[in-house]
Design a protein around this ligand. Structure first.
Ligand SMILES: Nc1ncnc2c1ncn2[C@@H]1O[C@H](COP(=O)(O)OP(=O)(O)O)[C@@H](O)[C@H]1O
Ligand SMILES: Cc1ncc(COP(=O)(O)O)c(N)n1
Length: 263
């Protein structure tokens, strides 16, 4: 059994954040644990409130988990504030966990800020260098490099520039692109285009959270980075295919595929 930790924000509607991460860990038959950074009041239509957990409490949660349980992979999502970034950095340096996957969550699909603007620099400078993989979507990659991305070639150039900020590898996700769902994986050596058919349908709330959690699972099982990304992408695609039309807005992908055994 692999033990997986998510450090992320709570989504009251259960589609993204900690809830999506724990559902992914459970569906992929690992033991899931959570360090909550912020609580959001959120549904399929938007975010109506955010309350941060104190940096001291974030540190206490991380200490509690890492001191007691062997953690085979850690996924980091919404970190909300610069003070929380610093708390997480301090604990990562203290505990040196393996397989750290950073999803640099900045804005929700419903267009609500989940990272304070003044925390962007802290996230880039303090957490990127500690990550085995960072998984920006297109708008996040644009913020990281400070220019717009229109083509696959520009996605590849962005991956190279983000790599220079210190992570061991970069996955620029193409969910916001047109045509096939192409993600660019760059490890400082090889540039790969990882492509899946674009699944029609609007229920994509939580795709980024789910992808980074599933990658963390597969890395913890010893898969190569490329294999882990390919398997996680297949899991997300099936989840979108079975997406749930609940609520009045963007519904969540589905995590329990009783007739579909991922890998
Ligand atoms: N309609 C879709 N069909 C298939 N894959 C998708 C679709 N939308 C997003 N994806 C995939 O889901 C993952 C998350 O991507 P993205 O939506 O860009 O992230 P985020 O949720 O962080 O904005 C990526 O692997 C992306 O290619
Ligand atoms: C607590 C939390 N974390 C992350 C996301 C991003 O997910 P998405 O990009 O699907 O809106 C979210 N909406 N809420």
């Amino acid at each position: 059994m692999k033990n997986l930790l998510t450090i992320a924000g709570s989504d009251s509607s259960g589609g993204a954040g900690v809830q999506a991460d724990l559902k992914t860990f459970g569906a992929l038959q690992t033991y899931g644990m959570s360090v909550i950074t912020a609580v959001t009041a959120q549904n399929t239509q938007g975010v109506t409130g955010v309350e941060n957990i104190s940096p001291e409490m974030v540190k206490a949660q991380m200490d509690a988990v890492y001191a007691d349980i062997q953690v085979h992979g850690t996924k980091i999502g919404m970190v909300s504030s610069a003070a929380i970034v610093e708390a997480i950095e301090e604990m990562l340096i203290k505990w040196r966990p393996v397989n750290v996957v950073l999803d640099p969550v900045m804005v929700s699909k419903s267009n609500h800020r989940l990272l304070q603007p003044q925390a962007e620099k802290a996230l880039f400078e303090k957490l990127l260098p500690l990550a085995a993989l960072v998984t920006p979507n297109l708008p996040e990659a644009e913020v990281m490099i400070g220019s717009s991305i229109q083509t696959l070639e520009e996605m590849e150039a962005a991956a190279q520039r983000i790599f220079r900020l210190g992570p061991k590898a970069v996955l620029v996700k193409g969910g916001h692109y047109t045509g096939e769902a192409v993600d660019i994986l760059y490890d400082g050596n090889e540039m790969r285009r990882i492509t899946c058919d674009r699944i029609p349908g609007k229920n994509t709330h939580g795709t980024g959270c789910t992808l980074s959690s599933a990658i963390t699972v597969y890395l913890s099982r010893g898969d190569s980075l490329e294999q882990a990304v390919r398997k996680a992408k297949a899991y997300v695609s099936e989840g979108i295919r079975q997406g749930l039309s609940i609520g009045g807005g963007v519904g969540p992908l589905h995590h329990y595929h009783p007739f579909y055994l991922p890998f």
